[in-house]
Write a protein that binds this ligand. Sequence first.
Ligand code: PMP
Length: 287
Amino acid sequence: MSRIAYVNGQYVPHSDAAVHVEDRGFQFADGVYEVCEVRNGFIVDLTRHLDRLDRSLRELRMASPMGRAALTFVLREVLRRNRVRNGIFYLQVTRGVARRDHYFPAETTPPTLTITAKSTDPSVAARKYANGIKVITVPENRWDRVDIKTVGLLPNVLAKQQAKDAGAQDAIFIDAAGNVMEGASSNVWIVDADGVLVTRPAEHGILRGITRTTAMDVADKLGLRYVEREFSVEEMMSAREVFFTSATGICVPIIEVDGKPIANGHPGGVSQDIRDAFFEVAEKTAI
Ligand code: PMP
């Protein structure tokens, strides 16, 4: 079956899906995006993802391509046309096509909306959960508006590739004071010496992950204590557990940081408990 993409009002074969060479997403990374998990035929946490999309657009003074009901219809249609039961959709909005010039284009310039979807193999995620992943730390070198989910991801790309070159799977950004910021495409959590879940506050300096927010709901449901506070690399290295949250991975245990094991070097039980209860707690929207 061939994949279908949505590009500015049309469903087109994935292999032909394209935007203009002067699209501002291509020229300036002048665009925002969202990725949602699809599980057993349900979109996970759609409302929170679309709320965050609205916020990203507002922060960049970018026009919304369509209302929420229409957008939800198109998202579901793309998933249906690609027969996705388990997988993701990827949605991107840019400031549209205009002759290359840093200033915003005319207000009448329509935003570009593209949506793709793909199926994923649940056994790949299962292997990650069973084995955990290895990460490296890298100095924070991003701009200070990473709370906006823009497509400007070059530091994240370079950090992930550096991790791969070092035989690890992912990277964690560390600020100049030695505090943990977030992963290259996920939020970081630890279980501290008192057994309390800790994650960095999301007021600035990191993306407020939707999975992070829902993981807090899960912790409430399971009666697990959590706190939002800064924590250092040293505290992470001596934590009982370290794990990532993100829409694509849900809750992935980290077993090694910079070549050193976390705790006994095996995935921990708290991240597993959160993962196991996650889909009961998360919002589910039928395709
Ligand atoms: N931080 C960054 C930098 C990310 O790219 C992502 C994934 N989009 C996250 C955190 C996690 O966010 P979410 O749980 O909404 O996927």
